[in-house]
Write a protein that binds this ligand. Structure first.
Ligand SMILES: Cc1cc2nc3c(=O)[nH]c(=O)nc-3n(C[C@H](O)[C@H](O)[C@H](O)COP(=O)(O)OP(=O)(O)OC[C@H]3O[C@@H](n4cnc5c(N)ncnc54)[C@H](O)[C@@H]3O)c2cc1C
Length: 402
């Protein structure tokens, strides 16, 4: 890595998966980048674990898809299960063989991607990767952006041609720009438990990805290489103690693998889920990507993937602008394309996926079951559904926006 520079072409706030993808894309095309992250290393918490086909194509163009696939599990098939009736609908991405070079999901924790990319970025001369550096202030004028970074020994001032805000849900970049983050927060919290127990032996025939609709408690069962992850809705009234208690954990696993099994967990995380979209993805020389720009529920695994798609869309245009081959009004196209598909696809599809999971709790249960049966059994509808769930449709829709 080269020494500190006070003038760079692009500052990226945040070295999560989306910031690291943006930095890698730009650095591979000779752009001078500074990446600042408030944390002391890539975060290792339990978050996204699914990589969709178009994301794998993008990562392949950065030269990292093979390593990621080797670290993860290929999951061509996923199940939508109705626990009450025992009905299982299987959806197989292998049907999309003619549409993508990667007709499967890869199940792998997102921190493997962020860690792999940040390790590679740290070795590049054109990149300054600064952990323990928090973006605390920005101010832009016609020719650039002044960014202030806070670190243990004081403040550092950098001037950039452009800034990318990849600083997550509570984005300081978005706040400095004064951009509203409209949407709503679900009333229920989500509890994520992980276990080394081989649940596939308790429930034979499980896919690596299972969405389970249930009248009492819907759940998502996801396999990553060394663990099963279980995601359930949780309310404070569910248990006497807190939602991370053994009481709650036992309640979840008793319903899943049978009573009294005392299943051991590796992680227990409780979090709130939002559906929110920033009113603008661009303000002058500053752009938002990933969770800084949009949040959605995890049903379908679109959060991180759509952030990677933002990064690619934006960086393709930014390289042209910085190379003098395009006017910077092309960055408005980034805003139009990605904000439109965020509203029309990611938000709509995740809200719909949530409604299907909750179906067991409403009178519409039978109707929703029939909806899934039609999707699974009608070849044309199934193909359209697979194209949506694999996110291929959203990218085609974005490309069609001029
Ligand atoms: C508990 C949980 C579970 C989830 N599960 C799923 C899932 O199953 N599937 C799915 O697709 N998505 C899931 N998501 C969403 C997914 O994790 C995000 O969409 C993804 O992490 C977005 O990546 P990002 O790089 O935009 O943001 P982040 O991963 O949040 O990274 C932002 C980075 O910015 C840094 N940062 C923050 N503020 C500053 C600052 N001021 N200056 C410098 N750096 C800063 C942070 O340290 C962090 O490294 C989950 C999210 C949570 C919270």
């Amino acid at each position: 890595m080269s020494g500190p520079k006070d003038r760079v072409q692009v500052v990226i706030a945040g070295a999560g998966p989306v910031g690291c993808v943006a930095a890698t894309y730009l650095a591979q095309r000779g752009i001078d980048v500074l990446v600042a992250d408030a944390g002391s290393d890539s975060a290792q918490d339990l978050r996204a674990s699914t990589f969709h086909p178009p994301t794998l194509e993008m990562l392949d163009s950065l030269g990292v898809a093979d390593t990621l696939i080797a670290m993860g599990l290929k999951a061509p098939v996923y199940h939508w299960r109705d626990r009450r009736s025992g009905t299982v609908f299987a959806f197989d991405f292998a049907e999309l063989e003619g549409d993508t070079r990667f007709p499967f999901r890869v199940q792998c924790e997102q921190y493997h991607l962020a860690k792999m990319l940040s390790t590679r970025l740290a070795e590049l001369d054109s990149v300054q990767l600064l952990f323990d550096h928090r973006v605390v202030y920005l101010e832009q004028d016609d020719s650039g952006v002044n960014v202030t970074l806070e670190h243990m020994t004081g403040l550092r001032h950098v001037r950039a041609d452009y800034v990318i805000g990849a600083d997550g849900a509570n984005s300081i970049v978005r706040k400095w720009l004064g951009i509203e983050f409209d949407g709503f927060t679900y009333p229920e919290k989500f509890l994520c438990l992980s276990t080394e127990r081989p649940i596939e032996q308790d429930i034979p025939g499980l896919a690596h990805v299972n969405y389970v609709s249930d009248p009492d408690e819907w759940l998502v069962l996801l396999r990553v290489p060394t663990l099963w992850r279980v995601l359930v809705p949780a309310n404070d009234g569910d248990v006497n103690g807190d939602l991370l208690s053994d009481e709650k954990k036992d309640k979840v696993f008793d319903g899943l693998v049978g009573p009294g099994q005392n299943v051991q967990t590796r992680h227990r995380t409780i979090y709130r889920v939002h559906q929110r979209v920033a009113k603008q993805f661009r303000s002058g020389r500053v752009m938002l990507v990933g969770d800084a720009a949009h949040l959605n529920n995890p049903l379908g695994g679109f959060g991180m993937n759509s952030g990677v798609h933002d990064a690619f869309n934006l960086c393709e245009k930014l390289v042209e602008v910085l190379g003098g081959r395009a006017d910077d009004s092309v960055l408005d196209l980034y805003d139009r394309q990605r904000r439109t598909v965020t509203h029309d696809f990611t938000q709509q599809q995740t809200i719909e996926n949530m409604a299907l999971m909750r179906a067991g709790q409403s009178d519409a249960h039978q109707k929703r079951l029939e909806t899934m049966r039609t999707l699974a059994e009608d070849p044309d509808k199934r193909r359209a559904y697979l194209l949506r769930q694999s996110m291929l449709t959203s990218l085609r829709d974005a490309a069609a926006i001029g």
